[in-house]
Design a protein around this ligand. Sequence first.
Ligand code: SF4
Ligand code: SF4
Length: 306
Amino acid sequence: MTGPNPTRGLITNVQRFSVHDGPGIRTTVFLKGCPLRCFWCHNPETWRPEPEVQFFPARCVGCGACVQRCPHGVHVLADGCHHLQRELCRACGRCVETCYAEALAVCGRWWEPEELLAELLRDRPFYDQSGGGITLSGGEPLSQPGFCRRLLELCKGAGLHTAIETAAVCTWEDLAALLPWLDLLIVDLKHMDDARHRQATGASNRHVLSNLRRLARADRPLIVRTPVVPGVNDTPEAIADIARFVSQFSNLLYYELMPFHRLAGAKYESLGLPNPADALEAPPREAMEALAQQARDAGVGEVRVG
Ligand code: SF4
Ligand code: SF4
């Protein structure tokens, strides 16, 4: 395992041909590390700020090759069960190389900013034709502020459109340092009530709200997004509260409601994590549309349902 290095970024995925993370066709870079622990998170593989091994039991044929290959005794095959002693893992990737069934993967790879720029530039013709660009996402990109700044600087130098998806749970200084290199800000806001926010995400919304107030005065277009999660914020009152707040922002392009979905179950299993949202149902389309109307009634000019 390699330790944190401010000149390199730890990335879980470089997703080409994204169409939901800003205008046009984009490449989305998922950075690893997040200070929040939203219990419904769709990307739990981005939580820990270090590489880690993923195990997909449905693909495992029980051949035992990983047991032989791992120098740290992480894999235990006994009584037909495959157990990982994850605390011993160094994310060296040796077991991954030996698993022909592709039941193992190392999540998280360190990239030099220049190397990542070269990868991003591969799709430049698509960005140019569609009005797209690149988006930093996660996890929380601002958990690696130095790397974000360097990468964005390189991207702007290459003439690319740049966006960031952030929960804004960070210092204003870290966020402000990126603004000169950003064309679009996409900020998550989950709840206006601090106690409910803490309960749902493990952290206060204090930084989120104060950063948003400041971003509302920044000379950059802003999109605010709310993941609509049953039992957290799927009520007219919760959405209207957020909508009243964001309706004051003159740089707001639109407010977007994103429905919770249950597609992340296999990711939780692969990381050996419990999935507290396993029993939740995705909000029906009609309920999402009703909440969107609530937000319009509260004063937001344009509301979208993702
Ligand atoms: S090498 Fe792959 S298929 Fe074989 S036991 Fe390990 S995880 Fe399962
Ligand atoms: S990544 Fe390395 S240390 Fe971790 S289980 Fe595989 S071989 Fe063992």
